[in-house]
Design a protein around this ligand. Sequence first.
Ligand code: ARG
Ligand code: ASP
Length: 720
Amino acid sequence: MKFINHTTIALALFLTVANSSYTKANPDEGMFPLSELNRAGLKKAGLKISEKDIYNPGQIGLVDALVQVSGCTGSFVSNRGLIITNHHCAFSAVQLASTAINNYLKNGFVAQNQEQEIEAKGLKIRITDSYEDVSAKILNAVANISDPVERINTIKRKQQELVKQAEKEDPTIKAEVSEMFIGKSYVLFRYKTIEDVRLVYIPRQNIGEFGGETDNWVWPRHTGDYSFLRAYVDKNGKSAPYSKDNVPYQPKKHLKINPNGVRENDFTFILGYPGKTFRHRPAQYIRYQQEYLLPYVSNLYDFQNRQMEEAGKDNTDIALSLATRIKRNANVLKNYRGKLKGLKGINLLSTKKQEDEALAEFILSKPELKNKYGNLLAEIDAYYQLSDQDALKELWINNIYNSTSLLKVARDINMLKAFLAKERSPQSAKQLFDLNIEKLKTALNETYESYNKQADRRIFAKMLEDAVAFQGKNQLASIQKLQVNNEKAQQFATEIIQNSKLGDQQYVLNTVLANADALLKFNDELLDFQDKLHNDIFEYAAEQKRREGVLNKLMGDYVAVKEIFQAKNFIPDANSTLRLTYGHIKGYSPADATYMKPFTTIEGIIQKGNLGLPEFEYPQEIKTAYLNKNFGPYLQKDLGSVPVNILYDMDTTGGNSGSPIMNANGELIGVNFDRAYDATINDFAWNESYSRSIGVDIRYVLWVADKIDNAQFILKEMGI
Ligand code: ARG
Ligand code: ASP
């Protein structure tokens, strides 16, 4: 049985009748780590294959078909390294391959043979090879340490040691120690990596991104958010950087596609790499999110996007260079606004407070717990009271470099410059320069890729204005020293960006960074400013480290005592490690008097198209095929159409994008890519009543490939 949260228990009583048509287990939350599959209750819920077919240590299972693609998930769907994932997961690589003339982003990309496949720049693949619980090794090392900084440093050092050791034992893997519960449990994962990834088939933008930001995080949805990539390795089967001589990778396992799709109420499950959830946190954390982080970041990203959109509005090249940044911002900002709405809607803060109060009473009622955890909740409170005092400063610091590209350039250059200045002789400075210059140039080029002077200037001005207005503990000494008011801050920011030579990429790369001597002699007002700001940030980083150590201990205790209180084992929050979640294809009622069905169809694309909005434009070929009822074998009879997107009550989050959705037999029937607006709050609290995720139905993928994009080779390769 999966574990049930408080609200579900309360609802369970009167939902019994409504649910009685299900012979399956109660659907509820759970992103199960592979080690916990046996207590997930999969068989009872409807799984027809054996759990061992999914995962069986040392043997081959479905998990071996799973990959992590940069921040997303994907799966192998042929024995020649073909991968299916989302369009939005390949987006940055497609953008990098696109120019105003060869605009693959807009027009899509179909490689009719292997020679035509192109490098997917920036995309890297990881495959989970094995794992091992290392909690004892780490926690023993800190058992007698009470200083928070020392504690956190020791944990990190121990993690690195274990990683090094694992990579030494098996040089073909990359290791990583993941914190499953903060301060409480740790698992070492071994990963295989693949560096050469190529674009195979990308639908055009008005399919892959149909509905744009208007439809993002929204159901009903009609997006063809899928793409096909291929993994390549060298002739010996080893991971290698992109090379013409590389060959398609042969995965241990690939998923079988079921072209018949699913029906309402069918059992389904998802394997994937969910990124981060925050369910095992106290009430104060939710308050911090609600009062500080969510409003701050969503407003900032909103502002940034308005500046970037303005900058690119009459110039396709500028627009393309900013497209990925804009899209990422838009995605986060809408998610955060969804969370803000959801937090109010379910009043999670008050539920959490009640939970914490009940926990406090429980601790006091048991002498042995009182002894050990008697101060815990007061200490948690003190921690958050302190961190609230400079929450704005922290958010500002965490966002300043990603907001202002030139300041980031200044930071990276200053760093090398400062190291060079410390060297005793010109020779050793030269050596150090040679050792680091390529890395630095790569980082700078990446920053310049999405740099636009006008947008940068305006965004920096806003950041500075904000910082000037900070009061009390939020103040930054370097900004106070500028002695500017609001208006002057604007002027200062505008001029410093306008006049900085760092805005000239070629000059920076070829002249400033020509050699150690040139770099040491180079001066710029923006470099000076960054240098002073750096002192503030550096000082604050030490305090952040101390707090991290405090929180690590507190959260370890908090979860430990909560497990005793609720008398059950928790499932850890998502942390980018491989997880399984299951549920059913299912509609829901997000608002009074509404019911949303779990399938959308081609009809809906036509309807949205009729609104005449640019984000709902779609290819004429779809209209023609629709009018001719050219649905082929992809038709679902009772819908009278091809299903486009599907809705289900599984437990997913960011990072689950591109995850294969599988039926009871472990066959792929769709690809996960989003959640409904109300489910953005999943990250804090999952609930069967509002948690719904969205996937693209495999029948729509096959239909578009077959009837619209002439990519029948894909069907053939997947054995359809
Ligand atoms: N909301 C989905 C996810 O979080 C899809 C994102 C696609 N990006 C977008 N900006 N529409 O990633
Ligand atoms: N779209 C998300 C992703 O990219 C999935 C989600 O947040 O539900 O992983």
